[in-house]
Write a new protein. Structure first.
Length: 209
């Protein structure tokens, strides 16, 4: 798996930099606040179906970056920022959020001008590969029942639809009521490292499927 410096706070820490076929993923820094805020976190359309409130001030973005730092310190992994393959343009973010060493969730968000290029599928496949390398047994994701584009991405990335969770969480950019979500998961506990689903996840020059 592509990677530069590894976290020293967790024995099986994730690479702080990953390379997929078309993208570069790296650990966020506090100096990224302006770019994250302007590119996607403050956009009402981009954040509509997300579980965190749209950022209305730069301090909101700094809170996210502090959270990212705490996750990396605790787990040796956390959010990633997603860049174009020449690292010139911030496109969005993804990552792994751990509940325990064997259970994690993932997701993604992309700036509006990055929609429709298959980047979401590409980064989710990278997160599946990363989770596998960290010995995660169960990786899951959820999306709002009305977010059909996200549903298609989950299936293409290899997640299996588990069912609908009624009134599961609030989507603050839509309204105050708890909403139904679709749950997706991948059981990694019985997959061999060289299984077809593992191929091309986050390796330099890996072929997208």
């Amino acid at each position: 798996m592509a990677g530069a410096e590894r976290s020293n706070s967790f024995p099986s820490g994730a690479p702080e930099r990953l390379v997929t076929e078309r993208l570069i993923l790296r650990r966020p820094l506090q100096s990224d606040a302006d770019a994250v805020f302007l590119r996607y976190a403050s956009d009402s359309e981009v954040t509509r179906y997300l579980a965190w409130p749209r950022h209305t001030a730069l301090d909101d973005t700094r809170v996210f970056l502090s959270y990212s730092e705490s996750e990396w310190r605790r787990w040796g992994c956390g959010p990633y920022l997603v860049y174009s393959d020449d690292a010139s343009r911030l496109l969005g973010s993804t990552g792994l959020a751990f509940e325990s060493p064997g259970i994690a969730s993932t997701g993604y968000v992309f700036a509006r001008d990055a929609w429709g290029h298959g980047y979401a599928t590409e980064v989710l496949r990278a997160m599946v590969g990363l989770a596998r390398s960290l010995d995660v047994k169960w990786l899951y994701a959820i999306c709002h029942v009305d977010h059909r584009a996200s549903e298609r991405v989950m299936i293409k990335a290899g997640f299996r639809k588990e069912g609908i969770l009624k009134r599961h969480i609030t989507f603050p950019n839509i309204g105050p009521s708890r909403a139904d979500v679709i749950s997706y998961g991948i059981d990694l506990s019985h997959e061999a490292p060289d299984s077809p689903r593992a191929a091309g996840s986050a390796a330099p020059g890996g072929r997208r499927r």
